[in-house]
Design a binder for this molecule. Structure first.
Ligand SMILES: NC(=O)c1ccc[n+]([C@@H]2O[C@H](COP(=O)([O-])OP(=O)(O)OC[C@H]3O[C@@H](n4cnc5c(N)ncnc54)[C@H](O)[C@@H]3O)[C@@H](O)[C@H]2O)c1
Length: 253
């Protein structure tokens, strides 16, 4: 694959924030390696990247298979000059307080939201450190910086993402690596649609979710993609190891 000079790997690219990020990065001049467990979502994302004039590589992969990610990264590295950017976006949620959380729910949430990032970051850092440069953006959540009711495993996983990201910044800043977390508030994606479709009063639940933001609306996937694109960009070269909260003011009050 020739064309765009830079290369980004985006996980969870088949839907929502990941899909919007892939399209945005394509417009910003990245070739996008799209990783997701959902093959149909990946087809949709690849078509959207094409439409934006970009180029994509597609990988159907369950990120809970941490060791298996090396095959994805090696393939990208073999086809592209370097891996310039890793956006760890894939995630899952479970609605449960701590005492309601099953061991299986806990293990799956930590595996996909946190342990998968350990593997993807470790693997891709190998490539980036050899190249002498690289940027990592890890998608956390407001649930990574404040407590959210009935989200025990999710909060733990997302706070772990912030800690992991800061540790990467501390260890590798001097070797040309920047790593930042982004912590969105409520964002109108399929994720939220799924939560609302299971609510007793979907419209009431939507209104309550919208009210959590100071401006009374949910964010859009494109707004979060713009935040990720900023953190990825050279103009953010003084931004390292931060947890960038982008939540319409949800946690400001
Ligand atoms: N939507 C929100 O309100 C919101 C708020 C804060 C943070 N986030 C975070 O943003 C990220 C994206 O969320 P979204 O709202 O776009 O969700 P989404 O459900 O629309 O998209 C998530 C994508 O991740 C993929 N995925 C899930 N498990 C996977 C696995 N094991 N392997 C590979 N791919 C997998 C899904 O197939 C899907 O395409 C998540 O990490 C989420 O925690 C979302």
């Amino acid at each position: 694959m020739s064309g765009p000079a830079r290369t980004a790997i985006v996980t969870g690219a088949g839907s929502g924030i990941g899909l919007a990020t892939a399209v945005r990065l394509a417009a910003d001049g990245y070739a996008a390696a799209l990783v997701d467990i959902d093959e149909r979502g990946l087809d949709k994302a690849a078509a959207a990247v094409d439409e934006a004039g970009g180029q994509s590589l597609v990988y159907v992969h369950d990120l809970a298979d941490g060791e298996g990610f090396a095959g994805v990264a090696d393939d990208v590295a073999g086809r592209r000059p370097a891996i310039d950017l890793l956006v760890n976006n894939a995630g899952v949620g479970v609605r449960a307080s701590l005492t309601e959380t099953t061991t299986e729910q806990w293990d799956r949430t930590i595996a996909v939201n946190l342990t998968a990032m350990f593997h993807t970051c470790r693997t891709v850092l190998g490539h980036m450190l050899r190249a002498g440069h690289g940027v990592i953006v890890n998608v956390s959540s407001v649930a990574g910086v404040v407590g959210v009711a009935e989200r025990a495993a999710y909060c733990a996983s997302k706070a772990g993402v912030v800690g992991l990201t800061r540790a990467i910044a501390a260890d590798y800043a001097a070797r040309g690596i920047r790593a930042n977390a982004i912590c969105p508030g409520t964002v109108a994606t399929e994720w939220i649609d799924r939560i609302l479709s299971g609510a007793e009063d979907p419209e009431g639940a939507r209104a309550a979710m919208e009210r959590r933001q100071l401006d009374g609306r949910m964010g859009s996937p494109e707004e979060v993609a713009a935040g990720i694109a900023f953190l990825a960009d050279d103009s953010a070269r003084f931004v390292n190891g931060t947890a960038f909260v982008m939540d319409g003011g949800m946690t400001a009050v």
